[in-house]
Design a protein around this ligand. Sequence first.
Ligand SMILES: C[S@@+](CC[C@H](N)C(=O)[O-])C[C@H]1O[C@@H](n2cnc3c(N)ncnc32)[C@H](O)[C@@H]1O
Length: 262
Amino acid sequence: MPGQTNVKTRANHRSSAGPLDEFFRLLRANGLLSTIRRIRSFLLLKLHKNLVDRRHEGRESVATSAVIEIEPDMVVGANAAHAVHYSPTPRKVFKWLMECVPLDIRQCTFVDYGSGRGRVLMAAARLPFRQVIGVEFSRELHDDARKNLATMPRALKRAQGVRSINADAATFEIPQGPCVLYFYNPFTGNVLDAVLKRISNARAERETELYCVFFNMENLAGIEMRYRFERCKLPFWPGLKLKLFAPYTYAVCLVLRQDRYQ
Ligand SMILES: C[S@@+](CC[C@H](N)C(=O)[O-])C[C@H]1O[C@@H](n2cnc3c(N)ncnc32)[C@H](O)[C@@H]1O
């Protein structure tokens, strides 16, 4: 039975409106196209959860699937206002995204920015990365991730080192060497800006490549233009699976070398 913690899950906040009320509310607020997109996302998330992710939950020390609101008293640092809630990446989506990274990952460090309860860390640990690092500012979610990593069967771990760090991502230094930097919509505003500038500056000072993998990020085109990230063409099969079954937008981007930001 997965462990329980005290964090507030999204279900506690849910209103009593029925699905039809919710549909008309969305339609009024967002228009038809956006409502269809949201319904597609909702259905695909359910599909991933029920067909794939639920099967893994019994093996997790703390179940990773809840949606959790982030409150200021849960976190280290003062950036709770820029945080998006915790929710986990569907396992298959993460697998397909990693199949799209055009690097020899045995030389690479993988970083999950906002690693939550560690689902992505466990999935990345199954791949032969040189090291896997999660940065999570919620004390409780970071503790949950540590429990999950500690109880993961040794035989499944192919990465050489795996750890969760309890820190604000805005303060995290990019590790040396080639890196795959993963973002599942963790934060917005000044925090996102500070982190992406840091990545761009790190690339300005080194020869080795950096790739950013984005899932459900707003304004991806704007991010690419502003920080000079070049979107990669995805290989056929994982690209097709993502096109059909990813609930949200995604991109694999090479960080181009440019002058440092001041
Ligand atoms: C959408 S969840 C993604 C969880 C995990 N990466 C995954 O894909 O399964 C975003 C996470 O980012 C964390 N987060 C938000 N702002 C942060 C910050 N400034 N520093 C570190 N973590 C942050 C939240 O606490 C939350 O756990």
